[in-house]
Design a binder for this molecule. Structure first.
Ligand SMILES: [Zn+2]
Length: 381
């Protein structure tokens, strides 16, 4: 049904859960009304937004327009209604080609897929010492390049990861910020002072908190400590229970303001497939259960979850539902400056996810039209 009509259930609003109904007209939310009789209905959340995802369902964001189609469709069934296809560190020519490909694909992106909002480049201006599962051969220092080389990439370029302590990084953060590209600090060995300098230069987020970054040590605090201590910066969390142990979740939830936590999947193309071997940026990876690691050294290499798993994990962990929903939808959108969706409120795009009592996706509404949830439940994590 094109219009969507009226959706009843436990509506997860900005500051409370309200039994009620959402009236949808022409793909937009026309009204949100209280309805006490909906108190035992499904959970209704805003559609999820994944700003850091490399692939899904057997499709790699960097391969082709066809793989972008497949990735968008696979993500939608998991409740992801908007996303940023994300490149890993690669030669600049490849990143320029990726940018061209995503931009050319966006206007015709499938209606039955998650909607693209631009793209994310996770590198190449990262620390060679914290390259994680990216290919160290393609890491560059900002000081080595003329920033004009990046000008052809800027259109549609929404988010990137930079290590603030690397040569030329602060100037590049300023240059990108001025052009509207959001910088996230990460893949970094920054000292606390270097991390502060990166944020002061304009960086606003933190790439997969605790992973591939200097951490929390009582004498030598690094990027993770600064990211938690500063209320003004966003932090990404891969909430699969592997990238950040659950023992650390309370520390994150108590330190980060409700509007500064951002769930990301960091999903790779093996996610949502039965395959156990594949490659990430030219490096061989393997999947065992719900962990994806480099074959060479066993390091975690992206995840095989989508945001539905993050939402379920944090809901079951006891985080209140408005905060869960904000981290999955409103916060990532606020980070990249998209204002027409991501909350259940009149006037916004009708992107919704219906969850059952166990927080599994039942069905997904994208711009007023319903799509089915996943054929199989998300991996337990
Ligand atoms: Zn990543």
């Amino acid at each position: 049904m094109r219009d969507g009509g009226v959706i009843r259930g436990r509506l997860v609003l900005d500051d409370r859960v309200q039994p009620g109904r959402v009236v949808v007209e022409d793909g937009w939310i026309a009204a949100v009304e209280a309805d006490p009789s909906a108190a035992s209905g499904s959970w209704i959340l805003p559609g999820f937004v994944d700003v850091h995802v490399h692939g899904w369902g057997g499709h790699n964001a960097m391969h082709s327009a066809t793989s972008l189609d497949g990735m968008a469709r696979a993500l939608l069934h998991r409740g992801v209604t908007s996303f940023l296809p994300t490149a890993v560190t690669a030669p600049l020519d490849d990143l320029r080609a990726f940018a061209d490909r995503v931009r050319a694909w966006m206007p015709g992106a499938p209606e039955d897929g998650a909607a693209p909002l631009g793209f994310n480049l996770e590198g190449p201006f990262v620390s060679p010492q914290r390259v994680g599962a990216q290919n160290p051969a393609f890491v560059r220092a900002a000081a080595e390049i003329a920033f004009a080389e990046l000008e052809p990439i800027v259109d549609g370029f929404r988010l990137t990861t930079i290590a603030p302590e690397t040569p030329g990084a602060i100037e590049l953060i300023r240059w990108l910020t001025k052009r509207g590209v959001v910088v996230s600090l990460g893949h970094s060995v920054a000292t606390a002072a270097e991390a502060h300098a990166g944020y002061e230069a304009g960086a606003r987020s933190t790439t997969h908190l605790f992973n591939a970054m200097s951490g929390i040590h009582q004498h030598t605090p690094g990027l993770a400590a600064v990211a938690l201590a500063r209320d003004d910066v966003y932090t990404e969390l891969i909430a699969d229970g592997h990238h950040v142990d659950r023992e650390l979740w309370p520390l994150i939830l108590r330190t980060k303001p409700a509007d500064r936590l951002v769930f990301v999947s960091d999903g790779v193309d093996l996610a949502g497939t039965p395959q156990e071997r594949g490659s990430l940026g030219g490096l061989e990876v393997q999947v065992q259960g719900d962990r994806c690691t480099l074959v060479s050294n066993g390091a975690l290499a992206g995840s095989v979850i989508a945001l539905d798993t993050s939402v379920r994990n944090l809901a079951l962990f006891g985080l209140d539902m408005p905060r869960v929903a904000a981290a999955a939808s409103a916060n990532p959108l606020a980070l990249i400056g998209v204002t027409d969706r991501g909350r259940i409120a009149a006037g916004l795009r009708a992107d919704l996810v219906e969850l059952d009592d166990a927080f599994n996706v039942r069905r997904v509404m994208r711009a007023g039209r319903w799509y089915s949830g996943p054929a199989v439940a998300s991996p337990a994590a």
